[in-house]
Ligand binder design. Structure first.
Ligand code: AP5
Ligand code: MG
Length: 217
């Protein structure tokens, strides 16, 4: 049983690595970004409320995302472990997660910071697409959609680009990261939970580095 946070700026590879951990270790991915996009796509009141904020690259309120995480944690009581992808993003969210986990009798085992530079992020994000059926993440340069046009994970044939994957929204997302989220690095360092991983290597190299951290816990 292991609970891990993947922390890093937009495009660092959090979603990509979370899916690898799901496949390899049976952990459960909790991505607040994916949850909010699902709410938006299904047109729920919550989805309608957050669509504009997300497209601009601003943060959704703490109240909303903490509520979503709480709901998922309570629903999946027999999960062998959670990977938090894109949550927490503010100090208030980090405090709330600590409280939630302890109420559920769980603990946080590691916070993995994926270190990348901003130039790589712009290149990664503007080349990204995702499978419309299963959410598998692709990249025009580094992980292209298979030549037969079918998702390698589920065989789906529809691929989407995100509304916030443009240069202007990315600038806002980066600013939000440095202003609101990067203080979490110091916060978790002080708690003794922090591990740093070079996020600039190949996808396999990054997952090997993350695997090493988890195996040594
Ligand atoms: P969210 O969906 O979390 O977006 P993000 O943090 O901006 O991160 P991304 O999903 O863009 O990047 P990633 O690190 O997952 O990278 P990926 O693996 O896809 O949040 C979206 C929005 O929702 C926020 O802006 C906010 O509005 C709202 N929100 C969500 N959570 C919130 C919260 N807690 N509080 C408040 N608001 C919240 O990889 C990117 C690309 O690079 C892909 O094409 C991939 O194939 C490629 N790639 C990955 N790894 C490598 C590698 N090692 N080498 C080469 N290419 C690679
Ligand atoms: Mg993601």
């Amino acid at each position: 049983m292991m609970n891990v946070i993947l922390l890093g700026p937009p495009g660092a590879g959090k979603g990509t690595q979370a899916r690898i951990l799901v496949d390899g270790r049976g952990m459960v991915q909790l991505s607040t970004g994916d949850m909010l996009r699902a709410a938006k796509d299904s047109g729920t009141p919550l989805g309608q409320k957050v669509a504009g904020v997300m497209a601009r690259g601003e943060l959704v309120t703490d109240e909303i995302v903490i509520g979503l995480i709480e709901e998922h944690l309570r629903e999946q009581t027999d999960a062998p472990g959670f990977i938090f992808d894109g949550f927490p993003r503010t100090l208030a969210q980090a405090d709330a997660l600590g409280l939630l986990l302890s109420r559920l009798g769980r603990r946080l085992d590691a916070v993995i910071v994926m270190e990348v530079d901003d130039t790589a992020l712009v290149e990664r994000i503007t080349a990204r697409s995702t499978c419309g059926s299963c959410g598998e993440v692709y990249n025009d340069q580094t992980k292209p959609i298979p030549a037969d046009g079918k998702c390698s994970n589920c065989g789906g044939t529809e691929f989407k680009r995100r509304a916030d994957d443009n240069e202007e929204s990315l600038r806002t997302r980066l600013l939000a990261y440095y202003k609101e989220t990067s203080p979490l690095i110091g916060y978790y360092h002080a708690k003794g939970d922090l591990f740093r991983v070079d996020g600039l290597g190949e996808i396999d190299e990054v997952s090997a580095a993350i695997g090493k951290v988890l195996d040594n816990l």
